[in-house]
Write a protein that binds this ligand. Structure first.
Ligand SMILES: Nc1nc2c(ncn2[C@@H]2O[C@H](COP(=O)(O)OP(=O)(O)OP(=O)(O)O)[C@@H](O)[C@H]2O)c(=O)[nH]1
Ligand SMILES: [Mg+2]
Ligand SMILES: [Zn+2]
Length: 306
């Protein structure tokens, strides 16, 4: 019988049958004997074949995945973690304060999503907060920057229902992976979108203004108007895996128009002469913050264990 993985907390897995019933699930023994590069064999979104036993669904087969989001497991550098699979799009929540979201974090996720062909929307959330002048300016600039690159951008607040209207349109009939730092308000947003859901949420740690890692598992929820959203723990970093240094620039959409104008066709856009990308940065056509993220990820790619 076919089912979908709707919740994973380490090895603890739950599946949903076509009837809507949710069952605790376990992988059939053969999976445990096979060698795997993955921290966990299944992820939320996986389509699986299950056999129902007394009080557990045994996963007999994992169907091929349409796509996935994959990162290097921070605990095991040689392993990969599937964040979610078979998804239509992602929504990355970003806050400039409470907590502060570094641009390396944002760009790391965007690159990962570009790599696997997953469209991303950016939700600049907690719009109700009164920000310092500097933060307010930064928020506006970032929204404009990412919109100009071609990403869908939302300004959101769980306390301002009007701000959620365009987001509902974006989520309708799609399967969306929701992510962002701990404390950014992922679970709160889902509670606001789905009355009665009551996911656990917690205020930030006062001194550090960082989240408390409240959500410890990934799980899929159905929107009343159709569509599914996957809540996830606040991943602290997104280290993309398995890319060659030459490929990286293609995952920065705003660099693409310049790539054929570099003098060398294997240009890495660092210190080569006549580099069209660097020239575009100098002319202000590519944001310096994006170029810095590019250089940082390029540096990472040199040390990838693959
Ligand atoms: N002012 C304001 N606070 C918000 C908003 N959304 C969430 N919060 C607050 O932010 C804090 C963290 O929210 P959570 O929903 O637990 O954050 P999370 O992203 O799920 O965090 P983890 O589960 O740890 O990854 C809570 O105190 C929320 O009330 C918002 O739109 N405005
Ligand atoms: Mg949460
Ligand atoms: Zn170049």
């Amino acid at each position: 019988m076919q089912a979908v993985v709707v919740r994973t907390a380490g090895e603890h897995v739950q599946v949903e049958l076509s009837s809507g019933e949710r069952w605790p699930a376990a992988l059939r023994g053969k999976f445990r004997l096979e060698e795997t590069p993955f921290t966990h064999r299944v992820a939320v979104g996986d389509a699986v074949e299950v056999r129902l036993e007394e009080n557990i669904a045994v996963i007999e087969h994992i169907y091929p995945r349409r796509n996935w989001l994959l990162r290097a497991d921070p605990q095991h550098p040689y392993r990969r973690q599937i964040l979610a699979c078979n998804i239509d799009q992602a929504l990355l929540l970003v806050t400039v304060e409470q907590p502060f979201t570094p641009l390396r974090y944002v760009d790391g996720f965007l690159v990962m999503a570009e790599m696997y062909g997953v469209p991303v929307g950016l939700g600049f959330t907690k719009a109700d907060l009164i920000l310092s002048k500097k933060s307010a300016q930064r928020r506006g600039q970032l929204m404009q920057l990412y919109q100009s690159i071609g990403y869908k951008v939302f300004s959101l607040s769980i306390y301002q229902p009007d701000t959620l209207r365009t987001l509902r349109e974006y989520l309708r009939s799609k399967r969306t992976f929701l992510t962002g730092l701990s404390g950014v308000g992922k679970s709160s947003l889902l509670n606001a979108l789905m009355p009665g859901l009551n996911l656990a949420t917690q205020p930030l740690v006062k001194q550090t203004q960082r989240g408390r890692h409240t959500t410890t598992y990934s799980a899929l929820y159905h929107l009343p108007e159709g569509g599914e959203v996957i809540d996830s723990p606040g991943f602290g970093e997104f280290k993309p895996v398995e890319f060659a240094p030459q490929e990286l620039c293609h995952y920065f959409p705003e660099m693409r128009p310049y790539l054929s104008h570099c003098r060398f066709n294997n240009c890495l856009h660092t210190d080569e002469p006549d580099c069209a990308v660097r020239a575009a940065v100098e002319r202000g056509e590519i944001a310096p913050s994006r170029y810095r993220s590019y250089l940082a990820l390029l540096e990472d790619s040199r040390t990838l264990p693959y």
